[in-house]
Write a protein that binds this ligand. Structure first.
Ligand code: G3P
Ligand code: MG
Length: 394
C-alpha cells in the first residue's frame, strides 16, 4: 500500500493538497488496452483522498466522452472528461481562437489569442484526417468546427486525385460527403491522430501545401521561386498544418516500439524536403506532449478540476483552495514526450512540473540507455511513482 496511507489524508477539514498528478495512459495505466498492475488501485487511492489528477495522453481518435467511458470500464475506476486531455483536445481552442508564438521565461511557446475580433476556424473549411477520418470529423464537429472535409470527400469528388486503388475504398465510399464547392478553399489541415492511409493523406496534404491560397486543384506560382521568402514555399496563403501528437514511437503489443503519428509527420516532411530540394522546411504546428501548449492546456484543465473537487469535498478554506498548485507530477513512460515536456514546460502560475519515468512502457534501459531527458525519478510502475511522490510531499 502507499506510504502516506492514512496520514493526514482522511480528515474532511483539510485543504486541497498543493500537488497533483498527470498520468500518461499507454505504457503507464494501460498496456495494449489492459490495465498495468497497480494502476486501478493507484487511481482509486487518489480519488479516495481527493488528490487531483488528470489523464494526459497523446492518444486520440475517439471523442473524449467515448474514450473516458471505455477507460473507466477497462480500469474499473469512474473517470470524467473533466480531468481528461487527449492529443487533439486542445484543438478546441482553435474553434474561436488562434495560436501564435510567444515567449514565457525565455521559452518559445504557443499562446492562445481569442476575443478582440480574432476568429478561429469555426466556419472555415478545414481538412481533417486521422485513424478514421469520418470519426475524426464527428469529433471536430462536436468541438464546434462546422465545415469539416475529409480525404474521402475529396477522393469522391475528384477520383483522379489518387491514381492508385485507395486503401480504405469501402470506408471512403460509405463516409464521403459532397464538397462545399467543386474546388473549395481550405484554411487549415488537422491531423487528429495516427493516419492509416498514409499515401492518400500525404498526396492530399501535399497538394494543399502547394496550392494557391488553399484552393483545391491549384498550384502556387510562387513555389520554388527564390525571389520570394522561403523560396516561395508555403508563402501563398496555403492552409496551416496542425499535428496533434509528435510521438515517433509508442508502446503497443509488439515487443519493440511501434510508429506513432510522429512517423507520419516525418514521412510527410521527408517528401516535402524532396519537393523543395531541401530549400524550405515544412511549416507546421505540433501539439501533444512534449509541446508546451498541451502542458498549458492540461494545467488549466487541472486547475478547474481541482476547484471542482474542492467544491465537491465541501472543505471550508476557499483561500487556500485557490492557491495555484506547487507541483504537478507527470508520470510517463516516454522520455521524449512525457518527461521532456514536463521538464521543459514553464508554468505561468509558477507551478513546478516534476517528471517520473516508469519502466512499464516504451523506454527500456537495456536497449535505450539512460533517458535523454532526465526525469526527476525513475521507478518501476505507476503505483511506485505515486508512492514516491507522496513520500516526497511528506
Ligand atoms: O497514439 C498514442 C501514443 O502515441 C501515446 O499515448 O498515452 O502514451 O501518451 P500515451
Ligand atoms: Mg505513454
Amino acid at each position: 500500500s502507499f506510504t502516506r496511507d492514512g496520514k493526514n489524508l482522511n480528515s474532511t477539514s483539510r485543504t486541497a493538497p498543493p500537488f497533483a498528478f498527470a498520468f500518461d495512459i499507454d505504457g503507464v495505466l494501460l498496456h495494449v488496452a489492459k490495465p498495468i498492475p497497480g494502476a486501478t488501485e493507484t487511481l482509486e487511492y487518489l480519488q479516495r483522498h481527493d488528490i487531483p489528477f488528470i489523464l494526459l495522453t497523446n492518444g486520440g481518435g475517439k471523442h473524449e466522452r467515448e474514450r473516458v467511458e471505455d477507460l473507466s470500464k477497462r480500469l474499473g475506476v469512474p473517470l470524467s472528461t473533466e480531468n481528461f486531455v487527449q492529443s487533439h483536445t486542445p484543438f478546441q481552442e482553435l474553434v474561436h481562437g488562434s495560436w501564435s508564438q510567444g515567449h514565457i521565461d525565455g521559452h518559445t511557446q504557443l499562446e492562445l489569442q481569442n476575443g478582440n475580433g480574432i476568429s478561429g476556424f469555426a466556419d472555415k473549411n478545414i481538412l481533417i484526417t486521422g485513424s478514421d477520418p469520418a470519426k475524426s470529423r464527428r469529433i471536430a464537429e462536436t468541438y464546434g468546427f462546422r465545415s469539416v472535409i475529409t480525404p474521402a470527400d475529396i477522393l469522391a469528388a475528384h477520383p483522379a486525385t489518387f491514381p492508385f486503388e485507395p486503401l480504405l475504398k469501402t470506408h471512403y465510399a460509405a463516409t464521403a460527403r459532397p464538397l462545399p464547392s467543386p474546388n473549395p478553399k481550405i484554411d487549415a489541415i488537422f491531423v487528429f491522430n495516427d493516419p492509416r492511409d498514409w499515401a492518400l493523406d500525404t498526396q492530399i496534404i501535399t497538394d494543399l501545401l502547394l496550392s494557391q491560397n488553399g484552393v483545391l486543384g491549384t498550384y502556387s506560382s510562387k513555389n520554388g521561386h527564390a525571389e520570394y521568402e522561403n523560396h516561395g514555399w508555403q508563402v501563398d496563403n496555403q492552409p496551416g498544418l496542425y499535428f496533434s501528437n509528435p510521438d515517433l514511437f509508442w508502446s503497443a503489443a509488439y515487443h519493440l516500439p511501434r510508429f506513432g503519428q510522429g512517423a507520419f509527420q516525418a514521412a510527410l516532411a521527408g517528401i516535402w524536403n524532396q519537393i523543395t530540394g531541401g530549400k524550405a522546411e515544412m511549416k507546421r504546428t505540433t501539439i501533444g506532449k512534449p509541446c508546451a501548449r498541451t502542458y498549458g492546456y492540461a494545467e488549466s484543465v487541472l486547475a478547474r478540476w481541482r476547484a471542482e473537487l474542492s467544491k465537491r469535498s465541501g472543505r471550508a478554506d476557499p483561500e487556500a483552495e485557490a492557491q495555484p498548485l506547487t507541483r504537478v507530477y507527470m508520470v510517463g513512460d516516454n522520455p521524449e514526450s512525457d518527461i521532456r515536456g514536463a521538464n521543459e514546460y514553464s508554468s505561468p502560475q509558477g507551478t513546478e512540473w516534476a517528471s517520473i519515468l516508469v519502466r512499464t512502457g516504451v523506454w527500456n534501459k537495456d536497449r535505450d540507455g539512460e533517458p535523454k531527458h532526465k526525469p526527476t525519478a525513475v521507478v518501476d510502475d505507476v503505483k511506485s511513482a505515486v508512492g514516491w511522490a507522496l513520500e516526497r510531499e511528506g
